[in-house]
Design a protein around this ligand. Structure first.
Ligand code: NAD
Ligand code: ZN
Length: 246
């Protein structure tokens, strides 16, 4: 095992890969921890959202309730540390599974944040997935107008279903973001996993790809992850406490 300090001081092309654990210190629960989201809500599959009214309602209820947590969250020490590394030219980009926009809120430019699972910051039309409709609105304006009732509004442009612009279980990954993430994983010298159980596929292939292409791999997570065995450095702890003193 190499220390995190040593890895950081000998790397100049760092790529961070973040999961829900990155934002628990900002007050957003992760999915799989004991008080995580899955302890209260069960996930809705994309095909059920499209074909089943009850599933659609269930997904919207979950999204509307959790939106308020997302909306008031602020970047934490970990997000700010990554921004500092980027300003120094060491961190090339953050590949994130998160949908909370907190990396951008910490000051990282959009071009340095690759969102693999979309964003909660927008509501879009399902027809935008095929490219047939471009309708998209910022979430704050949407939720402000919305009074919960049995019928969520349809797309004003084409009449399709609206949904938060996040990638649901069973939905295809955004091709351009995945290609960009693989390019970064293959061209970095240090790949740092922060706050991810690495149980969500195919995003969890990235640390393995980085390692295969010659990068060192560091994992900072409270609990064991699927990449610990191949990592050069594993730190168990809270991200803010680990990154803060570095
Ligand atoms: P996960 O819930 O599967 O894993 C999170 C991991 O982070 C856990 O292993 C946990 O032990 C660890 N962790 C939690 N807080 C931590 C902290 N402060 N410091 C260090 N480790 C910490 O999450 P995942 O791997 O990101 O996969 C779940 C999916 O959930 C993702 O696809 C993501 O889109 C979605 N999600 C996003 C958010 C968000 O945007 N903030 C929140 C919940 C879920
Ligand atoms: Zn539409």
């Amino acid at each position: 095992m190499i220390s995190l300090n040593e890895l950081l001081s000998t790397s100049t092309r760092i790529v961070a890969f973040t999961g829900a654990g990155m934002s628990t210190e900002s007050g957003i629960p992760d999915f799989r921890s004991i008080h995580g989201v899955w302890s209260k809500y069960s996930p809705v599959l994309f095909k059920d959202f499209i074909f089943n009214e009850e599933s659609r309602q269930q997904h919207w209820r979950y999204k509307e309730t959790t939106w308020h947590e997302f909306h008031k969250a602020q970047p934490n020490l970990g997000h700010k540390k990554l921004r500092v590394w980027h300003e120094k030219g060491l961190l090339k980009a953050v590949i994130t599974q998160n949908i909370d926009g907190l990396h951008q809120a910490s000051g990282l430019p959009d071009s340095a944040v690759i969102e693999l699972h979309g964003s909660n910051a927008y509501i879009h039309c399902v027809e935008s997935i095929s490219g047939d409709c471009q309708y998209r609105v910022p979430s704050p304006a949407f939720y402000e107008k919305l009074k919960f009732n049995a019928n969520w509004p349809l797309c004003p442009s084409c009449g399709g279903y609206l949904k938060p612009a996040t990638v649901m279980f069973g939905q295809s990954m955004p091709g351009a973001a995945m290609a960009h993430a693989h390019f970064l994983a293959q061209n970095c010298d240090l790949f740092v996993v922060l706050g991810s159980s690495l149980e969500v596929s195919p995003a969890n292939e990235l640390p393995f790809a980085a390692k295969k292409y010659g990068a060192k791999l560091a994992v900072i997570n409270r609990e064991p992850t699927l990449a610990d065995e191949i990592a050069d450095c594993v730190v168990r702890g809270n991200i803010g406490e680990v990154l803060g003193p570095l």
